[in-house]
Design a protein. Structure first.
Length: 232
């Protein structure tokens, strides 16, 4: 009743003004309604985009979770855990990897298959962008001076690792003795001592890690840099 009286009070004796006022009110209601629908549509669009994005993200995730199963002597499972939760390489494992790296890098043998296997193991621990890779390329492709295949035509080199000592969180000192023999097995010179400083790091498993990398270097232990020298 009050609204009706207010509307009656707003009317004037001029029919043109009354018609204009009525038209403005009608247009205003239409505009307000359209804006409300536009806002609702925009919110719905955002919700739809968020939902689609969530579905795409979930779909891109791997559905296969590898597990490590430990069995006893009878073949019964005694421990099961996701592979990505496996413990990182401990100090003893890194110790062994560093020793193997030096042994393979300094080895010279007439057995071509054995020499190639050593080189493959070396590069399994090298990343293309690390300084160690460039140094090793020069060492192995020196054109005969240190190229193991060329050296093996006249001599062999045996490597005896003596100590592998951790110096810092990432660096290891390796001491070893090398013995050079001719192809008849006769020692050419007095065995000499060598020392190296090897810097390593652990590369976590990622979607970019290939199956070949996993097979050749399952623990992701890489050599970023190294240096070696002959000791007096």
């Amino acid at each position: 009743m009050i609204d009706h009286e207010d509307k009656m009070a707003e009317t004037t004796e001029n029919p043109y003004l009354n018609a204009r006022r009525a038209w403005n009110e009608h247009v205003g209601d239409v505009v307000a309604a359209r804006r409300a629908w536009q806002a609702a549509g925009f919110v719905s669009l955002l919700i739809a985009l968020a939902a689609v994005g969530g579905v795409v993200y979930i779909g891109s995730q791997s559905k296969f979770v590898p597990y490590v199963i430990e069995v006893d002597k009878l073949g019964e499972a005694v421990a099961v855990q996701p592979a990505q939760k496996a413990d990182p390489a401990n100090e003893r494992v890194i110790h062994a990897y560093v020793a193997a790296f030096i042994n393979d890098a300094r080895l010279v043998t007439p057995d071509i298959a054995l020499q190639r296997a050593a080189i493959f193991r070396i590069y399994a621990m090298l990343s293309p962008n690390d300084p160690a890779t460039q140094k090793m390329n020069q060492w192995l492709d020196s054109g005969g001076v240190t190229n193991p295949f060329k050296r093996a035509e006249t001599e062999t080199v045996g490597v005896q690792i003596e100590t592998v000592i951790r110096q810092t969180e990432t660096s290891w000192q390796v001491d070893w003795v090398e013995t050079v023999r001719d192809r008849q097995g006769v020692v050419k010179a007095v065995p000499y001592r060598m020392r190296a400083l090897v810097t390593v790091y652990l590369s976590p498993l990622s979607t970019k890690t290939s199956e070949e990398q996993i097979r050749r270097n399952p623990l992701g232990i890489y050599v970023s840099d190294y240096s070696w020298s002959k000791q007096n």
